[in-house]
Design a protein around this ligand. Structure first.
Ligand code: ZN
Length: 134
């Protein structure tokens, strides 16, 4: 079952620069910053009510976030929906011919299990499914 929006990911060149708008000007609260080596990225988690915005900064030239910024500039990168039973859900999406980037869950920020669906199956949106760490 999809439980809600977990977070929205925004690709930024620099968390320090982006913070000036999102935190200092807009007034969102910075929860924490963490390294996500699997995605070659650093993530700043901003609290927005029940959900969060993640500012995602590449930490290496071959990071997928770096390639995204080079192609399309900074901006909305992905939408993350919270689900239960992620592995089973991926299986049933595959059976329904949804294009998957990850066929199996992998480790994301905060110990959550995550997987990405291909934008071509989601009307141009990079969708991340996440099963939060208990
Ligand atoms: Zn994310």
């Amino acid at each position: 079952m999809i439980r809600g929006i977990d977070h929205v990911g925004i690709a930024v060149k620099s968390i320090n620069e982006a913070k000036k708008f999102w935190v200092d000007t807009l007034g969102l609260k910075l929860s924490h910053i963490e390294e996500v080596p699997e995605q070659k990225a650093r993530v700043a988690v901003l609290k927005v009510g029940e959900t969060t915005i993640e500012l995602v900064e590449p930490t290496s030239a071959d990071s997928p976030i770096q390639r995204f910024i080079e192609k399309r500039g900074e901006g909305l990168h992905h939408l993350t929906l919270q689900t239960d039973h992620l592995a089973e859900r991926l299986k049933s999406l595959k059976d329904a011919n949804v294009a998957l980037i990850d066929e199996k869950p992998r480790l994301g920020a905060s110990g959550a299990k995550i997987a990405f669906l291909h934008p071509k199956s989601a009307h141009g949106v990079l969708v991340e499914l996440c099963e939060p760490h208990e």
